[in-house]
Design a protein around this ligand. Structure first.
Ligand code: ZN
Length: 211
């Protein structure tokens, strides 16, 4: 939703509701962990009144433990925190699950898969950042493919039940290759909202991902 028209959020939310998209991906930025500020709670509460699909909330904020309960009350299905923002990542993951949500861990482009090796069986989703977080519309980092394959091997070796999500620079030119490498969830913002027909673009991406 970071790429939606903030002056017409209801209209863009309804487009997603009626589209083939599975989830709403919501990027929450605090201006500290990342150099940008996105939505605050009043806006998120207003948005949540209209969303009819699961909320996949991606916190790009420092000390995310402070907001776990707030996002549970908002109705989030998945709550993703950044490994780089959590001193006690295992504790944070447990707290998210105790609050009734699926726990996601996001990794910045420079962060190796090895930081989640010891807790892979505790996590529901790993979000691999394929751009440096902070702004929409950035160019996809190619090393992501190798990282997805590495993560897929770690998940399979541990027989863990973890979804791999790719966030940043997803387009029709890399969607199929990402799924082939082992990705389960593709986040698309600018590519969808800046296209002529966003719902058709979502349909096309889903087609590519299912090939
Ligand atoms: Zn995100």
């Amino acid at each position: 939703m970071l790429a939606a028209d903030f002056a017409n959020l209801e209209q863009d939310i309804n487009m997603v509701n009626q589209s083939e998209a599975d989830w709403f991906h919501i990027d929450v930025m605090d201006g500290v962990f990342v150099p940008n500020i996105s939505f605050g709670m009043p806006v998120l509460k207003a948005m949540a009144k209209h969303t009819k699909k699961p909320l996949d909330v991606h916190l790009m904020i420092v000390d995310p433990d402070r907001y776990i309960q707030t996002f549970a009350e908002l109705g989030s299905t998945v709550l993703t925190v950044h490994a780089e923002a959590c001193t006690h990542l295992h504790r944070t993951v447990q707290a998210i699950k105790a609050a009734g949500m699926q726990a996601g861990v996001a990794l910045n482009p420079h962060t190796p898969i090895s930081v989640i090796e010891e807790l892979i069986s505790e996590i529901d989703l790993v979000c691999i950042m394929s751009v440096n977080p902070g702004f929409g519309g950035q160019k996809f980092i190619k090393n992501t493919f190798a990282k997805v394959r590495k993560l897929r091997a770690l998940i399979d070796d541990n027989k863990a039940n973890v979804r791999i999500e790719i966030d940043g620079g997803v387009t029709s030119s890399n969607a199929a290759e990402l799924v082939n490498a082992g990705a389960d969830v593709l986040v698309a913002g600018s590519f969808v909202f800046s296209s002529k027909s966003p719902s058709q673009t979502i349909h096309d991406l889903k087609q590519l991902a299912s090939l």
